[in-house]
Design a protein around this ligand. Structure first.
Ligand code: ADP
Ligand code: MG
Ligand code: ZN
Length: 606
C-alpha cells in the first residue's frame, strides 16, 4: 500500500516537471499577440506591415511601428497567392518583405509531438515502475531462504541497556548452570587448552512465561557476544526447503561473528519427533530439523557458537536432538516458588511507585502457579488500575484486586443477575466455600463472591497455604467433593440443578480420570498408567490416546471414575447437611455484600 502511494507521488512529480518544461518552452508563443488573417490583410493594404515571416502556416508579422503579431494562414496556399485572392495589390505585396522559413525548429516539433508523447511517456514510466516493483518482489522471493534472525548484542534491547542475570529474579540453579556457558563464551581458550569439549547446545525447558527467552538474552548480555534470535515457527514457511536454507544461513551468520549464541525459541515447532506427523508440513519440518542437526554436528573444535533453544514441551522433542553433542545440557526452569515470586515482584516493581507499606510477600502468597510473565502482567494491571483511579501510588489493594482480574478475567458488574439467579449463585458458591473450609485436606478459602467474572457466575478463590509440588490422593478426593458441592447444594435447596455447575462437573471428571489412569490412585486398577498419549501434530494438542489396555480395563476405568465421583458427591452432600447453618450465614452475607474476604469468612465459620 505504501509503495503504491510512493509510486503515485513520484509519478505525479514527473508529470509536473514535464508539464512545467513544456509550458516554459511554449511561453514565447503566448507572449506575442494573435491577429486574424483578415486584419493582417487590411494592414498590408494600408502599408502598415513591414515584414512577414512565414513558417509553415504561421505568420510572424512585424508592423511599421515595430510591434509583432502572430497570425495563421490557410494551409496549402502560399502567402502571396492568398494575398492576391484577398485582393491585395501587387505593389502592396512588394512593399512587404516576405520571408519563408522551413516549418520546424525544436519548439514546433515538441509542440506538435507533445500531445502524443506525454501520454506515451507516462505509460512508459508506469510500466517501468511496475517492472521495478515486480523485480523487488522477486528479489524478496530470492532472499526467502536467508534467515530473518534478529541479531542483538545483548546491549541493544528495548530499554537500551544490557540484559543480564540481574534482570532475572529467582531461577538460581538455572543461572548457575548457565554461568558456565557464559564463562566459556568469554574465554574459550581456557577450556580448549584443557581439551574440554565445549557445550554445543543448551535446552531451556520450562512452562510458558518462566523467563526462558529472558535467560538466553541474559547469557548473551553477560558474555557480551552477539545473539541470533529466531523462533522455531519462523523456519517453516509456505515453500518447501526454506526452513533448511534458513537454518544454514543462520548458522553461517553466527559462525562469522563467533563467539556467538544462536537462540532458537519455541524449539518444539521444528523439533518434534520425526515421522509422527499427519499434516502436510511435517516433511518440511523434518528437513529443517535435519539441517539443525547437521549444522550442530558440523561445528569443529574452533567454532565458538553455542546453540540455545527453549521449549515448554521437552516430551515431544525428537530424541536425536537430545543426544550428547547436541542439546546435551538441559536447564529446567520451574514456575517460581513463593520466595522467587516475591523477588520477581520486587524486580518489576522498580519504576512503579508503590506505597511504603505494600507487602509483596502477601502478594506472592496469593499467587501460586503464577509465572514470571503473569506477575509482570499483574503489576501492570495494577498500575493501569491506579492510573484509572487518578491516584499516584499503587496500593496493596490495587495489586490484590488485580490478581483476581488476571486469574478470572474482569468483573462483569453490568451482568445483572435476577434475584433468583443471585440466590442460586450464592448457595452454589457457599457450598464450594464451606465444603472447602470443612474438609481438612482441601485448601483454605481466600474469597467468595457472587460478582460474575469472565465466564464464571460467581467464584470461590481458594489457595493452598504453601506451594505444592506434589498432590496426594486425599487432597484430590477432597478437591472432588469441593468441585461437586455446588451441584449438590443446588439439588438440595432447589430440588433442581442449573447449567452453572457444568464446568465443575467437567473438571471433576477430568481429575477423577487422571487419578485413575495417570497417577495410579485407584486400588482396584493398581499401580499402572493407562493410555499412551499421542499427539496430532497439526492440532498441537493431545489427541485421543493410544489404548494400551483391553476392553475389560476400559470398563473398569469407567467404573472407577464413576465410583470416585459418586463417593465424592455423597461426601459433599453429607458435609453440606452437617453445616447448613454455616452455609445459610454465608448466603445471607453474600446476598447483602456480594463478596466475603478471608477474615470475614473465617469469622462466619467460627
Ligand atoms: P518464556 O520465554 O519462558 O515464555 P519470557 O522470557 O518471554 O518467557 O518471559 C516473559 C516476561 O516475563 C519477561 O520479559 C519478564 O518480564 C518476565 N519474567 C519471566 N520470568 C522472570 C524472572 N525470573 N525474573 C524477572 N522477570 C521475569
Ligand atoms: Mg519465550
Ligand atoms: Zn461451581
Amino acid at each position: 500500500m505504501r509503495s503504491i502511494l510512493k509510486n503515485f507521488i513520484v509519478f505525479f512529480a514527473a508529470f509536473l516537471i514535464i508539464a512545467g518544461f513544456l509550458s516554459a518552452f511554449s511561453s514565447p508563443f503566448n507572449s506575442v499577440e494573435d491577429a486574424s488573417f483578415g486584419s493582417v490583410v487590411e494592414s498590408i493594404k494600408k502599408g502598415d506591415v513591414q515584414s512577414v515571416v512565414v513558417e509553415g502556416d504561421v505568420l510572424s508579422v512585424t508592423y511599421a511601428d515595430a510591434t509583432e503579431k502572430k497570425s495563421h494562414k490557410e494551409s496549402g496556399e502560399s502567402l502571396a497567392s492568398l494575398l492576391g485572392i484577398y485582393g491585395v495589390g501587387v505593389d502592396d505585396i512588394a512593399k512587404v518583405s516576405i520571408e519563408s522559413k522551413e516549418p520546424g525548429g525544436v519548439i514546433l516539433w515538441i509542440a506538435t509531438l507533445a500531445p502524443f508523447l506525454i501520454p506515451l511517456l507516462l505509460i512508459g514510466f508506469f510500466i517501468w515502475f511496475m517492472m521495478r516493483q515486480v523485480q523487488g518482489a522477486n528479489n524478496r522471493a530470492m532472499t526467502f531462504g536467508q534467515s530473518t534472525a534478529r541479531e542483538h548484542r545483548g546491549d541493544t534491547p528495548k530499554h537500551g541497556k544490557k540484559t543480564t542475570f540481574a534482570d532475572v529474579a529467582g531461577s538460581t540453579e538455572a543461572k548457575q548452570e548457565l554461568e558456565e556457558v557464559v564463562e566459556f563464551l568469554r574465554q574459550p581458550q581456557k577450556f580448549a587448552k584443557l581439551g574440554a569439549r565445549i557445550p554445543r547446545g543448551v535446552l531451556l525447558v520450562g512452562p510458558p512465561g518462566t523467563g526462558k527467552t529472558l535467560l538466553a538474552k541474559a547469557v548473551s548480555g553477560e558474555a557480551g557476544v552477539p545473539f541470533f534470535h529466531m523462533s522455531g515457527s519462523e523456519f517453516v514457511e509456505m515453500f518447501v526447503g526454506v526452513g533448511a536454507s534458513r537454518v544454514r544461513d543462520l548458522f553461517q551468520k553466527a559462525k562469522k561473528s563467533s563467539p556467538a549464541i544462536v537462540f532458537i525459541d519455541e524449539m518444539d515447532a521444528v523439533g518434534r519427533k520425526r515421522g509422527s506427523g499427519l499434516g502436510g508440513s511435517h516433511d518440511e519440518r523434518e528437513q529443517t530439523l535435519n539441517q539443525i542437526l547437521v549444522e550442530m554436528d558440523g561445528f569443529d573444535t574452533g567454532t565458538n557458537v553455542i546453540v540455545m533453544a527453549a521449549t515448554n514441551r521437552p516430551d515431544v522433542l525428537d530424541p536425536a536432538l537430545l543426544r550428547p553433542g547436541r542439546f546435551d545440557r538441559r536447564v529446567t526452569i520451574d514456575l517460581p516458588d513463593i520466595k522467587e515470586r516475591e523477588a520477581i515482584l520486587k524486580l518489576h516493581a522498580i519504576g512503579k511507585p508503590l506505597v511504603k507499606d505494600a507487602d509483596l510477600r502477601a502478594v506472592a502468597q496469593r499467587t501460586p502457579g503464577f509465572s514470571g510473565a503473569d506477575l509482570y502482567n499483574l503489576l501492570n494491571e495494577a498500575a493501569i488500575l491506579t492510573a484509572r483511579k487518578n491516584r499516584t501510588e499503587l496500593s496493596q489493594d490495587d495489586v490484590l484486586v488485580s490478581i483476581e482480574k488476571v486469574l478470572l478475567g474482569p468483573e462483569r458488574r453490568s451482568h445483572v443477575l435476577s434475584e433468583k439467579e443471585k440466590k442460586i449463585t450464592a448457595y452454589h458458591e457457599a457450598g464450594h466455600a464451606v465444603v472447602s473450609h470443612v474438609l481438612p485436606e482441601a485448601d483454605p478459602v481466600h474469597k467468595v463472591s457472587v460478582i460474575s467474572r469472565g465466564r464464571a457466575g460467581g467464584y470461590t478463590l481458594k489457595l493452598p497455604l504453601e506451594d505444592k509440588r506434589f498432590h496426594s490422593r486425599s487432597e484430590f478426593i477432597a478437591d472432588l467433593s469441593v468441585l461437586l458441592a455446588g451441584h449438590a447444594i443446588e439439588e438440595k435447596i432447589f430440588g433442581d440443578v442449573t447449567t452453572g455447575a457444568s464446568s465443575d462437573l467437567r473438571k471433576a471428571t477430568q481429575l477423577a480420570r487422571a487419578m485413575v489412569t495417570e497417577y495410579g490412585m485407584s486400588k482396584k486398577l493398581g499401580t499402572r498408567t493407562f493410555g499412551d498419549k499421542e499427539e496430532l501434530i497439526f492440532l498441537g494438542k493431545e489427541f485421543g490416546e493410544q489404548r494400551d489396555y483391553g476392553e475389560t480395563f476400559a470398563q473398569l476405568i469407567d467404573e472407577e471414575i464413576s465410583r470416585l465421583l459418586h463417593e465424592a458427591y455423597e461426601r459433599a452432600q453429607k458435609t453440606i447437611t452437617e453445616n447448613m447453618e454455616r452455609i445459610e450465614r454465608v448466603v445471607d452475607t453474600l446476598l447483602k455484600e456480594e463478596t466475603i474476604e478471608r477474615d470475614a469468612f473465617d469469622r462466619l465459620m467460627a
